[in-house]
Each structure stands twice: as C-alpha cells, then as structure tokens.
Design a binder for this molecule. Structure first.
Ligand SMILES: Nc1nc2c(ncn2[C@@H]2O[C@H](COP(=O)(O)OP(=O)(O)OP(=O)(O)O)[C@@H](O)[C@H]2O)c(=O)[nH]1
Ligand SMILES: [Mg+2]
Ligand SMILES: [Zn+2]
Length: 297
C-alpha cells in the first residue's frame, strides 16, 4: 500500500523520538528515516504515518535559519530551525553571567537572528541589585539592544513581551533557573492543555525541560523553550572573525589603520581609542579578549 506524504512541523525533540504536528494541530510520535540528517525543533518536514499516532520523518524542508550547539568530536548538533528571534533571559538570581550573554549576542550577530534581552524576576530586585543591574544593562541599551523587564511570578511586563513575540519564531535561552519555563507558562494560558497533548504523545507522563519544545502563542507566533544549558558555543567563529559579533567593536573596526587589526596592540586602532573615549565599554572589550583567548586555545 502506498502511504501518502504528509506535511508537518517538529514541535519537540525527545531524544530518540520526534513529535510532529500536522496541519490540524495533532501531534504524532515519529522516528526519522535512517539516512536523514538530524532534524531540529521548528523544522518543517514531510512524513508518513506508520500507525495511529506514529510515523516516520522522510524529509526536512529548506530551513530559513538553524541554531546549532557544539557536540562531540568538534561536530555540531541542531537545536532549533527557522527561528527569527533569540530571547536571552537574564535574572536577578542566578546572577547575570555577562560572558554567557555576550556569547548569545555574538551568535545573533553572526546568524543575523534578531536578539531580544529579557530581565526576569524583577520582583526580587532591591536597591543594591537594581543599581548593579542597571549599570550592566545600560551598556547593552547604549549599543542598541532592547531589554524588557518582566516578572513571570508577579506577571508584570508580559504584555510588552507578548507584543515583541507576536508573529515571530523565538527561542528562549539562558542559564538554568532564570525562568524560561515560567515565562513560557505565563505566556500560554492553555499551556496545561498543550503540555498534556505533548505528554500523551511522548509517553513521558510529565513535561520536562530536558526536551526542546515549541509552543504556539495565542496571539500568533511560536516560542521554543529549551533546556537551561549553555546550548550554543561559538561554532564556526574564529579569532579573526570574533570582533564582528561585538556590534560596537565592529562599528569602529572599520576605522582602524590596518584592515586586519585585531584590536590588541596595533597602532592607530580605533577600537582601543574608543575605549578611552568611553564609546566602547571596557568590560565588553575585556570579554572580547577573553573569548578570543578561548578561541585560539
Ligand atoms: N521570584 C521570582 N521567581 C521566579 C520568577 N520566574 C521564575 N521564578 C522561579 O525560578 C525558578 C526557576 O524557574 P524555571 O522557569 O524552571 O527556570 P528555567 O529557565 O526554565 O530553568 P531550566 O529549565 O533548568 O533551564 C522557579 O522556582 C521559578 O518559580 C520570577 O519572575 N520571580
Ligand atoms: Mg525550564
Ligand atoms: Zn583595531
């Protein structure tokens, strides 16, 4: 019997199994054809049904973008496909890790995926942490990054966030515990329902953020909740190209005397000059050096 090819989208990656949602919003637990490359959440696919609620992914349709993370032996593993926004979640607790923040932003710059920074747990801010946080996020605002303040707990700032997520496909990233799942929950009134659908299909019995999962927003658009690990490193980025990932460094690099200036000790370096004028934050420059050191190692 000839089984018809169906279209669908991968909405969760559960280790061995993939959850594929069809055009009617029904999910099936699928394997992939053995020769097929690794699919990612967000991929549009062609698949066939092999039994009730189960199937096999046959083909991955052309991707608009792909976010990967480093895997064993210098390989990369796809995390999410067809994104157009990366939402970096910061929180008062755990402490903000600016080096990790910069790494996420570097990936956004290289992949030309729009970044959005969200500061969660603002309900926990006191005078001292407010001042410390303002100093840090002020640096990012000054170079054009948008920062939205929310509290998933007290449900503040969520309308502003909703407006920025509408009609986009966004992945939420950040350290474990910053509140990615809590924000996802707060944005989805029917998350319980969506979770149930996924849990039944996955057979896991409960929702867990060990799996990257895509949810549909009621206003339109999708958000992908991912596990809180450092999910993407600096794959494909070299010492020579790193400066491109720091937008303010990139801006001044054009004015350096040498076109291959690394902004270290070269004469007439516009980057170093603008650290002195305060146009480039020294803390960002120091992290550029630190990451550069890591890449050369
Ligand atoms: N006070 C406060 N606590 C929050 C807020 N948002 C989340 N939390 C708490 O922070 C903890 C971690 O939240 P999660 O949503 O599980 O964090 P996550 O980023 O999904 O973590 P991983 O799945 O491990 O990556 C939970 O105990 C939440 O209740 C907030 O706005 N304010
Ligand atoms: Mg989570
Ligand atoms: Zn320079």
């Amino acid at each position: 019997m000839l089984t018809p090819l169906l279209t669908g989208r991968i909405v969760a990656h559960l280790g061995k199994a993939l959850l594929v949602e069809n055009n009617e919003g029904v999910t099936s637990r699928c394997k992939k054809r053995s020769q097929l490359e690794q699919p990612a959440v967000g991929d549009y696919v062609e698949w066939i049904q092999t039994e009730e609620g189960a199937g096999r992914v046959e083909k991955i349709l052309a991707r608009k973008s792909l976010l990967s993370r480093p895997a064993k032996n210098g390989n990369t593993r796809p995390v999410a496909a067809n994104l157009n926004q990366i939402v970096v979640i910061l929180a008062v607790k755990p402490n903000i890790d600016p080096l990790l923040l910069d790494q996420y932003l570097i990936v956004c710059e290289f992949q030309e995926i729009a970044p959005l920074i969200v500061l969660n747990k603002v309900d926990l801010l006191d005078d001292e942490s407010r001042q410390r946080t303002d100093e840090l996020i002020g640096i990012y605002k000054a170079i054009g990054y948008e920062i939205i303040e929310v509290s998933a707990e007290e449900k503040t700032g969520l309308d502003t966030l909703r407006a920025r997520l509408r009609d986009e496909t966004s992945i939420l990233v950040g350290q474990s515990g910053v509140g990615k799942s809590s924000i996802t929950n707060a944005l989805l009134p029917d998350l319980e329902l969506q979770t149930k659908v996924l849990s039944t299909a996955s057979g896991l019995g409960k929702h867990t953020t060990t799996a990257t999962t895509l949810y549909k927003l009621p206003e339109g658009g999708d958000i992908i909740d991912s596990p809180g690990v450092n999910i993407f490193g600096l794959a494909h980025i070299t010492e020579k190209t790193l400066a491109y990932g720091f937008r303010e460094i990139r801006q001044y690099a054009e004015q350096c005397k040498f076109s291959d200036c690394m902004h270290l000790k070269e004469p007439k370096c516009a980057v170093k000059d603008n650290i002195d004028t305060g146009k480039i934050a020294n803390t960002r420059y120091l992290r550029y050096l630190k990451l550069r050191g890591k890449l050369s190692y």
